[in-house]
Design a binder for this molecule. Structure first.
Ligand code: UDP
Length: 403
């Protein structure tokens, strides 16, 4: 198949470089490479956010990336990108007139909007993956949610008009159904994990005699690093390594890093909390392997690739039972689920694992097994291509229905 991926703000180039790429960048890069390996022709459209980027390039994964000129060629926060989506749409429409894809897979709501506007007139089916939903963000972030006010309404509209919705987890399916969207047009296509990099054997970052728990993610409040810090109070002889955010040298300027360190000092555990800043993907496996337990304590999590990466490295995970984490982690088999924002429950779950090396090993082996069997990118690419196949005839039908 000829597949166009649209990812307006999350470029696959960022996933391979130095910047702190989030899950969507990794997802688009790895899914595209997986589909290319399976023989599909994949082109990713992403907004030009640097004047030095070439118009077009072929990635080592065997897919093409096209930089779309829409808005200023510099980083613009994603919540400020909506005004540039008209320009983005026009570019897509012109491209697809010359070079028609069989299917478009849009990532995030603004990509869905641009893709539908560009593809529907030509009858090209659009598969939508939201990655995060405005209703969920609003629920948890309230007044701190900086998304444009149109987001929630537009997501419902995109969901209605997409040929199919590829949700990343079953919790997202429930949310979409609650938004009034038809379950019959939804499939679950999770994120995967790079099983060549994230393996149980391999180098481990050196560490001291203390137990080590590791938490990874962008330094934003909803990732709940403060819950892991609070849990340290009842975990003696244990250090917490928090990975993510700006580069290490810039942490002192980062408001969330400062808040977390202040909080650790207030609780008297600051001598056992270390923030490393962001690290490259290449350094991630050895860092994860150095942990006794990986702790993921977000308030909510649309998918969460980090726990999968930890599982693939054979490390047990203690995680909030939210979003994608309820699909990936099997409670009592590959890790432990805890209620969100409950430091006492995190401490109890970690303590149990730290006191039982055989249990840690058992969870680690089961986690690596589950990652290998269910979450290889080749398997995810096969899941996605089945959704694309189902989208092709549906698009014609829904086009007739809606005129
Ligand atoms: N990551 C990284 N370096 C860092 C922090 C994170 O390479 O310093 C990677 C991490 O390994 C994972 C991704 O960024 O692959 C984060 O994805 P996740 O879905 O967990 O969170 P998101 O950032 O999308 O909310």
């Amino acid at each position: 198949m000829k597949i166009s991926m649209v990812s307006e703000h999350a470029s696959p180039l960022a996933a391979l470089g130095e910047v702190d790429a989030g899950g969507q960048n990794v997802h688009v890069a790895e899914l595209s490479a997986g589909l290319a390996r399976a023989g599909h022709e994949v082109t990713v459209y992403t907004r030009r956010d640097d004047p030095d980027q070439p118009d077009e390039l072929t990635m080592p994964g065997g897919y093409r990336v096209i930089h779309v000129p829409a808005g200023p060629p510099r980083h613009v926060p994603k919540d400020e990108l909506l005004p540039f989506m008209g320009e983005f749409t026009r570019f897509l429409r012109e491209r697809w007139e010359l070079d028609r894809p069989d299917v478009v897979h849009a990532h995030f709501w603004m990509s869905g909007l641009a893709s539908l506007m560009a593809a529907r007139p030509a009858g090209i089916p659009v598969v939508q993956t939201f990655h995060a939903l405005g209703v969920v963000k609003r629920r948890y972030q309230g007044a701190h949610d900086t998304s444009p006010s149109e987001r929630i309404g537009l997501e419902r509209l995109i969901g209605r008009h997409a040929a199919r919705i590829a949700a990343t987890c079953s919790d997202e399916v429930f949310e979409l159904v609650r938004m009034g969207l038809p379950r019959s047009r939804m499939s679950v296509v999770p994120c995967g994990v790079d099983l060549t990099m994230f393996t149980p054997s391999g180098p481990k970052q050196p560490r001291g005699n203390r137990y080590r728990i590791v938490s990874v993610g962008r330094l934003v409040p909803r990732k709940g690093f403060d819950v892991a810090i609070a849990a340290l109070r009842s975990l003696p002889e244990t250090e917490l390594v928090i990975v993510g955010g700006p580069r290490e040298g810039e942490l002192a300027e980062d408001p969330e890093a400062r808040r977390l360190l202040r909080f650790a000092a207030e609780l008297g555990v600051d001598d056992r909390v270390r923030l490393t800043g962001r690290i490259t993907r290449t350094d991630m496996p050895s860092l994860l392997r150095s942990a006794d337990v990986v702790v993921c304590t977000p308030w909510y999590e649309p998918f969460g690739i980090v726990p999968l990466e930890a599982m693939a490295c054979g490390i047990p995970v203690v995680a909030s039972a939210v979003g994608g984490l309820t699909d990936t982690i099997v409670d009592g088999v590959t890790g432990t689920h805890v209620p969100p924002r409950r430091a006492d429950a995190v401490a109890a779950a970690v303590r149990r694992l730290l006191s039982d090396a055989a249990l840690r090993d058992a969870y680690g082996i089961a986690g690596a097994d589950r990652a290998r069997c269910r979450y290889s990118w080749d398997r995810i690419a096969a899941d996605a291509s089945r959704v694309y196949e189902r989208a092709v005839p549906t698009a014609v039908v829904s086009g007739e229905e809606t005129g």
